[in-house]
Design a protein around this ligand. Structure first.
Ligand SMILES: Cc1cc2nc3c(=O)[nH]c(=O)nc-3n(C[C@H](O)[C@H](O)[C@H](O)COP(=O)(O)OP(=O)(O)OC[C@H]3O[C@@H](n4cnc5c(N)ncnc54)[C@H](O)[C@@H]3O)c2cc1C
Length: 390
């Protein structure tokens, strides 16, 4: 049995890193175990869009917390993170009506984001000023002021370096086969531990199959592209469209969303069939991340459809003021999907499993981890103020 740690985290994606950060900040000894040699999961495959504004309920609560943590970590770890906000381009009056309804929705004081006006309506000229869409495409839109953007590839690596610098140990290329109270069984031997945090995204069905089944966790696979885009000027902020409005709960849960959904699905059954979320972020080198499709199942096909990719490219060229896009990279990303937005389970004493079970883990994951680690750890330290967890 390896020497013990107060906290053992399984998974080095953003949720696991958030758990490690929460425990290390509280002065506890922490080890993070991952089967890969470096993180290559959803946390490096996403848009880096930290989209707090359209979150509701727990997602909003975790998002508010995560926003502070992202800003703090970016300063401490020195990675690229911008207070860009988000631009939403509306191409139809029903999309404008939905945005305006969201703007007018009441929010609890505790859940407010630290900006004056969370959603600011834009007219067509203002959209065109802020983002390089084709002339005449926008009917108007909105600016979501509190949202942030990062580059997931460099952010995750920088957070790991930061955690190492404050004493967190990483055991990579080490698969976890089983977790139980006080012990994590790995391919390199057992680790004795106070608390186990399981943060393995969709692979929860391999480690804790009962928890996965009780929460109806499936996989959702997304096709993503990184393209060279000769735009007349930078994107300025992540760009969402009507297809995004019928996804994020803060918009999709409003009655005005039905008209948007019905029209988009009626007009474009081909895009509805690939479950498109037409959205874009721009990396510091100018390349654009273009997304994305959604394919769901307990098992998802690894074979990416070129027809779906061609649709995404054609739609990007219809929206953006840009010549032909040249694909630089393409990849599939997978996240856990379930009817609820989060999975939080305590299958045994001292074992906590947490996951974002929809595509908002970059936005909320740090807050999800901080919230639940605080519940676990602050209760213990209140009982035994001078000791760790072992
Ligand atoms: C294409 C795509 C785009 C997205 N865009 C956004 C976005 O813009 N904004 C947003 O908020 N969210 C977005 N998301 C969602 C977000 O990326 C995920 O919700 C989040 O990254 C999940 O983090 P995680 O730490 O749970 O998982 P992961 O990053 O997948 O990490 C899980 C880790 O667990 C490890 N692991 C699994 N099983 C074991 C085991 N048995 N032993 C050891 N290690 C194990 C894996 O190797 C992996 O490193 C997107 C997701 C995808 C796929």
């Amino acid at each position: 049995m390896s020497r013990g740690f107060d906290v053992t985290v399984v998974g080095s994606g953003i949720v696991g890193l958030g758990a490690a950060y929460a425990a290390a900040k509280r002065g506890l000894s922490v080890v993070v175990v991952d089967r890969t040699s470096e993180p290559i999961g959803a946390s490096i495959r996403n848009f880096g869009h930290l989209c707090f504004t359209p979150q509701t309920g727990d997602a909003r609560r975790y998002g508010v917390l995560a926003r502070e943590l992202w800003l703090q970590l970016a300063t401490d770890a020195g990675f690229w993170l911008r207070e860009t906000g988000t631009v939403v381009v509306a191409r139809h009056d029903d999309e404008l009506a939905l945005l305006d309804a969201a703007r007018r929705s009441p929010l609890g004081e505790a859940d407010r984001l630290p900006v004056g006006e969370e959603i600011r309506m834009l007219d067509a000229a203002e959209v065109a000023d802020r983002t390089p869409v084709r002339h005449g495409v926008a009917a108007g839109g909105a600016f979501l002021a509190a949202d942030l953007q990062t580059d997931p590839r460099s952010a995750v690596a920088a957070i790991i370096r930061r955690l190492q610098s404050i004493g967190v140990e990483f055991r990579m290329r080490t698969a976890v086969g089983r977790v139980r109270s006080g012990v994590v069984e790995t391919s390199r031997g057992d680790i004795a531990t106070g608390l186990v945090v399981v943060a393995v995204n969709h692979d929860i069905d391999q480690l804790l199959p009962d928890a996965a089944e009780e929460n109806a966790v499936e996989r959702c696979a997304l096709d993503m592209l990184r393209v060279d885009a000769p735009l007349p000027r930078p994107l300025g902020a992540p760009l969402l469209t009507g297809w995004s409005l019928i996804r994020y709960r803060g918009f999709a849960g409003l009655s005005e969303a039905s008209a948007v959904r019905e029209r988009l699905h009626g007009e474009r059954p081909d895009l509805a069939a690939i479950d498109l979320n037409q959205m874009f972020t721009q990396l510091p080198d100018g390349s654009l991340l273009v997304g994305d499709t959604h394919w769901r199942g307990v098992t998802v096909s690894p074979f990416q459809s070129e027809a779906a990719v061609n649709l995404m490219l054609a739609e990007a060229e219809r929206l953006l003021d840009v010549g032909p896009l040249r694909v630089r990279e393409r990849w599939q990303g997978v996240y856990a999907a379930a009817p609820n937005e989060f999975l939080v389970e305590r299958p045994q004493p001292g074992v906590l499993a947490i996951a974002a079970t929809t595509g908002i883990g970059m936005t909320t994951g740090l807050g999800l981890a901080e919230h639940h680690l605080a519940l676990e750890l602050d209760a213990v330290s209140a009982r035994t103020p001078s000791k760790g967890l072992r």
